[in-house]
Write a protein that binds this ligand. Structure first.
Ligand code: SF4
Ligand code: SF4
Length: 126
């Protein structure tokens, strides 16, 4: 079985957070719910930032959207083109050329198995 994932190049991530918003809009999440979160790391005595987008437990790899449109919302909306979606074997080949990158392979899950479903979170999960 082919395992799919997200490849993220940290070196050129600008920290724009378009991926966070694209994910929220795609899934109808509210402002507290993030399928991907861009962490910020201050480097060189405060001179530079590192940005690290990390998928959360809410990420389902855009299963429905991928069937419909071929790629996840975050990948589509990343203007810096630092995200790719595909089989992890293909992504690993890409990663071998880019040491400051990672592959995430969250397990796609049906909506009724997401961690917030059934809980009174005050959010708008469907
Ligand atoms: S949209 Fe792309 S460049 Fe912007 S924070 Fe997300 S991964 Fe980084
Ligand atoms: S793949 Fe889809 S669900 Fe996962 S972080 Fe990107 S937009 Fe969100």
């Amino acid at each position: 079985m082919t395992v799919y994932g997200l490849w993220i190049d940290y070196e050129y991530c600008t920290g724009c957070k378009a991926c966070e918003i694209a994910c929220q809009q795609e899934h109808g999440f509210d402002t507290e719910e993030l399928g991907i979160q861009v962490l910020e790391q201050l480097m060189n005595g405060g001179q530079t930032y590192n940005f690290m987008p990390i998928p959360t437990d809410l990420c389902d790899l855009c299963t429905e959207r991928v069937q419909r449109e071929g790629r996840p919302s975050c990948v589509h909306h990343c203007m810096a083109k630092v995200m790719e979606f595909g089989p992890v074997e293909d992504l690993a080949r890409r990663m071998s050329q880019k040491p400051r990158s990672v592959i995430w392979a969250p397990k796609p899950r049906p909506r009724d198995q997401r961690p917030f479903d059934g809980a009174d979170t005050g959010g708008s999960a469907q």
